[in-house]
Structure formats: structure tokens, C-alpha cells
Design a protein around this ligand. Structure first.
Ligand SMILES: [Fe+2]
Ligand SMILES: [Fe+2]
Length: 202
């Protein structure tokens, strides 16, 4: 399908989501929306952390300022969908996928390298979220949610591209590409080892 190909090539994810996930997710839409709201909150929080940690990186501060505003508007939009359906914002749950992926941000005194890892991990979270939104857009019955997830899919694909580009501002492009390749393989392994959860976005 024409709409499938561009995101597939842009995102480069190695392992597609288990197709059973979207069916079980639709049956648990309250849980999915709650989890999704927290994903948007975490994306905004992560952008703020990057600003605080690297205030000297002008381009990063500018881009993260925009991203935080966008992620927060996504949070508001998910809240609106919850409210419409008579649901409240439930409790936050740990996101095992993000916890596992974040372990691969290398620490130590190489500040730029750490920044690159952080940006690439964020890029992959965007890519995986985008892939899940695409599944929801294509398979969910609720027409309003279809449109909602389509719009978010486009937005998160843009974030993925921006994070990779931003990493190349601070580290040589070939190093970024090599690290991205490693992290793509790590990400696929994490997904392979996680049971598809009916109540989680990841
Ligand atoms: Fe978002
Ligand atoms: Fe995003």
C-alpha cells in the first residue's frame, strides 16, 4: 500500500510488531489510551531533561523546546479522547521497553557520545510508537481514533527523523549511522523478548 512504504523505509525497524497486538489493544482501549497518555508525558519530560542537561547546545535547546510543546499537545489530545469515552487518567505503569532501551545509553565522560546515544534511543522510541500508531490507524474500528492515530503517526515519524538529524549535529554522520544500526538490532531483540501486552503501547 502506498502509505505503508514511506514509513517503512524511513523508520528502518528490524522487527515488525506482532500483528495480534492491535486486536488485543483495541479490546483494551481504555488501558491503551492511559498508557499512551503517559508515553506522551514521558516524551515531553525527556525533551525537558535534554534541555536541562545540554543548555549549551543551542540547536538542541531550540528543537527540544518545539518538541516538548508538541508532545504536550499530544498528551492533551489523548486526555481529550479519554474524557470523551468517560475514562480518567489511570496510574502510570513502568514502560519495560523504554527502561530496557535506555540501558543502552552509554555513560562515562564522553558527553557528545552520551548525547548521541540518548538522541538515538529517543529516535527509536518514536519509530516504534509510530509503527504502533500505524497499526492502530489501519486496523482499529473507531473512525475518530483512526484519524487521531494517523495524525500522531505522521508527527512521530517526523520526530524520529529530527532526532537522528540532531545526533548528526554533534557527532560525525558515519558514527551516528553505525550506532543507529547497533541500536536497531538491540531494539529488535528487546521487542522479540517482550510479550505483546494488551494494555501497553509498547
Ligand atoms: Fe507524541
Ligand atoms: Fe514524538
Amino acid at each position: 500500500m502506498a502509505t505503508t512504504q514511506p514509513t517503512k523505509t524511513i523508520l528502518r525497524l528490524e522487527l515488525p510488531t506482532d500483528p495480534r497486538w492491535v486486536n488485543i489493544a483495541e479490546k483494551n482501549i481504555e488501558e491503551i489510551l492511559v498508557d499512551h497518555a503517559y508515553c506522551e508525558q514521558k516524551a515531553a519530560t525527556s525533551g525537558i531533561s535534554l534541555i536541562v542537561k545540554y543548555p549549551d547546545k543551542e540547536r538542541l535547546v531550540e528543537e527540544m523546546t518545539e518538541l516538548v510543546a508538541e508532545e504536550w499537545s499530544h498528551f492533551e489530545r489523548v486526555m481529550e479522547q479519554l474524557k470523551k469515552r468517560g475514562f480518567g487518567l489511570g496510574r502510570n505503569r513502568p514502560d519495560e521497553y523504554v527502561v530496557e532501551l535506555t540501558k543502552h545509553i552509554r555513560k562515562g565522560n564522553k558527553r557528545e557520545r552520551q548525547l548521541m546515544d540518548h538522541l538515538l534511543v529517543n529516535a527509536l522510541i518514536e519509530a516504534r510508537s509510530c509503527e504502533r500508531f500505524k497499526l492502530l490507524w489501519k486496523h482499529i474500528q473507531d473512525e475518530e481514533l483512526q484519524k487521531f492515530y494517523y495524525e500522531l503517526m505522521v508527527s512521530e515519524a517526523g520526530h524520529y527523523v529530527s532526532f537522528v538529524k540532531l545526533a548528526k549535529e554533534y557527532m560525525p554522520a558515519e558514527e551516528v549511522d553505525a550506532r543507529l544500526k547497533e541500536l536497531l538490532a538491540i531494539e529488535a531483540d528487546i521487542i522479540r523478548n517482550l510479550e505483546p501486552r494488551p494494555d501497553r503501547m509498547h
